[in-house]
Design a protein around this ligand. Structure first.
Ligand SMILES: [Zn+2]
Length: 266
């Protein structure tokens, strides 16, 4: 877990308090631009929180708490296919697969899919569906001997306790020429800045980190990966009308969109 006065990513002592409310705070690092929650919630608190997202009712509707709509997931795969890796016939690992919505979309494109999900409720639900193999963690997965052309973390990085560790382990599961795709909250996005960190993010206790492009580069370097490709194309829920997509396209040009996206190769 992060300490109060050292950046957990780069180790710098140039950190300061950014936001605070009862029981939680967010600190920033002046060197690598990481924002991190301090203290992090306990394992028990996080498990209870995720269990409330992954109820049977929510999973039956394929929309457990916070899951991206399928049109958004298709846009992410289109970006990967266009800029990082032709996806047809390739293998994919959905890391933090939740109730399996990305896997469904990837399978529909003819990909060979597997998932990793740490929440037991979500994992058991997926295993029952028989949709694709699901593993508890990278350790369990590594015993299968599988390797992947694409490893995707879609709005997952901010949930991990030590995401640089996860990325380092995942890099070891890539096939030759494969890539890791990461998309996460942009800590300098216009929405988060204007609408206020307090209202949008501080109380989402499952969010432990917030990133900028510079910070994602540092994280990948920390995990031994230095070939990062920044993707500045918009992704937005088209069910919410065209205005959102247009605004995200404009904001992406100035790194002010709601999310940031990178591809990483070994
Ligand atoms: Zn730092």
């Amino acid at each position: 877990m992060p300490s109060m006065d050292k950046c957990p990513l780069c180790g710098s002592e140039r950190t300061r308090l950014e936001h605070k409310t009862a029981g939680t705070s967010v600190r920033s690092c002046a060197v690598c631009e990481l924002l991190y929650r301090f203290p992090q919630p306990s394992d028990e608190d996080l498990e209870a929180l995720y269990n409330s997202h992954y109820t049977k009712e929510k999973m039956a509707n394929n929309r457990p708490g916070g899951a991206s709509p399928e049109n958004v997931l298709r846009q992410h795969l289109d970006l990967i296919d266009r800029f990082l890796l032709p996806l047809k016939g390739k293998s994919a690992l959905d890391y933090g697969c939740g109730a399996g919505s990305l896997g469904r979309v990837a399978k529909a494109r003819g990909m060979d899919v597997a998932g990793v999900e740490s929440n037991a409720h979500a994992r058991e639900h997926l295993i029952k569906t028989g949709l694709f193999p699901v593993y508890k963690d990278t350790h369990e997965l590594s015993t299968s001997g599988k390797r992947f052309d694409l490893i995707a973390l879609i709005q997952v990085l901010e949930h991990l306790r030590e995401p640089w560790d996860d990325i380092g382990k995942l890099a070891g599961l890539l096939s030759p020429g494969g890539c890791i795709y990461i998309t996460t909250i942009n800590s300098r996005g216009l929405n988060i800045t204007v609408n206020g960190f307090h209202r949008r993010e501080l109380l989402k206790m499952e969010h432990l980190y917030w990133f900028t492009y510079k910070c994602l580069d540092a994280l990948c370097k920390n995990a031994g990966l230095d070939r990062t490709i920044r993707l500045r194309n918009a992704v937005a829920d088209t069910d919410r009308g065209p205005a959102l997509y247009v605004s995200q396209t404009m904001l992406s040009r100035f790194d002010l969109a709601g999310s940031i996206k990178i591809g990483v190769k070994r």
